[in-house]
Design a protein around this ligand. Structure first.
Ligand code: PMV
Length: 315
């Protein structure tokens, strides 16, 4: 029997998390070393078996609540098809992307399922990057509440993107990377629930709008400058901008002592810049490193308690 397969990468936010929810520019990039993979094959029952062996989960689509993200991704594709009955299928998802760590595992799972299922059902109108991104966004609303749209965009397009949330259509621009960005991604060991952190930042913004609008404006300006520096290849300047962005995230109260200690250690070991990436209050931090110092910085991060450190090069 024919199988259809699709994968989607993890992602990091290089600049502008949180501020991006409020319409300021942000930059994100795919992390291709970690991926979610979905495989669709024909089954034998008039139903769809949803399998996530990594999570020890298996359920029939017809009996799964449609606000469960895996079922929602499948449901969105079926809604867009004109199939009279539920097809007989088995969909298996595997992922090497750490969960609840700011690496976009939920978005990648949804994008892989949507693309693989659309391919299997030959729904060619659903397989474009923009359509996969749009449907993934709808799944993200379950996971994130009020997502900016940057996660689904970067995992569906698999390219670094400059992103602005706006009506009627988000601004999505790809850009050139003059000097490869060598990043170490270090897990602080604390899970981070994006929906809760985004909700808490919103409450604080409502309590202190002037302060938070200023912080968001500064993040937006940093993302804009960073894009120019990435296009011209000034790694030292990019590193400095990461530290400036981190100071603003700290003021937003989304950093943690664990993230701060990883950042301090990375800088003392010679990283050009470092910051948390994603929602914060846990999850991962990213450090920009020169190739010669990469192993040294990695060892120091592990010594100070990083759960896992891997490298990713953005080109
Ligand atoms: O925690 P993550 O990696 O899903 O990133 C969330 C990024 C935020 O800017 C905090 C929220 C959003 O939807 O953009």
């Amino acid at each position: 029997m024919a199988k259809s397969r699709a994968t989607a990468p993890g992602k990091i936010i290089l600049f502008g998390e949180h501020a991006v929810v409020y319409g300021r520019p942000a930059i994100a990039a795919p992390v291709t070393q970690v991926r979610a993979t979905a495989v669709v094959e024909d089954g034998e029952k008039d139903d769809i078996l949803l399998r996530a062996p990594d999570l020890g989960r298996e359920s029939w689509f017809s009996r799964t609540p449609k606000n469960e993200p895996f079922a929602r991704a499948v449901d969105l594709v079926l809604e867009s098809s004109s199939l009279p009955n539920l097809p007989n299928l088995i969909i298996t998802v595997n992922s090497t992307i750490p969960i609840a760590s700011g690496l976009g595992s939920g978005a990648a799972m949804a994008a892989a399922v949507i693309r693989a299922l659309a391919r299997h059902l030959r729904l060619t109108g659903l397989t474009s990057d923009s359509k996969v991104s749009e449907l993934t966004y709808q799944v993200e609303t379950i996971l994130h509440g009020t997502p900016s749209g940057i996660d689904n965009t970067v995992v569906a397009y698999e390219k670094p993107v400059f992103f602005v949330r706006q009506e009627p259509q988000n601004r999505i621009e790809t850009f050139s990377v003059a000097q490869p960005l060598r990043l170490l991604i270090a897990d602080s060991g604390k899970p981070s629930m994006t929906k809760d952190v985004v909700g808490d930042v919103r409450r604080r913004w409502q309590e202190e709008p002037a302060k938070f609008n200023r912080l968001f404006d500064e993040c937006g300006r940093i993302a804009q400058t960073a894009r120019l520096q990435i296009e011209s290849g000034d790694l030292n300047e990019i590193g400095k901008l990461m530290l400036e962005n981190q100071a603003l995230l700290r003021e937003m109260t989304v950093s943690t002592p664990e993230l701060e200690s990883l950042i301090d250690v990375a800088i003392s070991a010679g990283a050009l810049g470092a910051k948390l990436s994603g929602a914060g209050r846990g999850g991962n931090m990213i450090a920009l490193v020169d190739q010669r110092l990469e192993n040294h910085v990695k060892e120091e991060l592990l010594k100070v308690g990083a759960r896992q450190v891997f490298s990713s090069v953005i080109t």
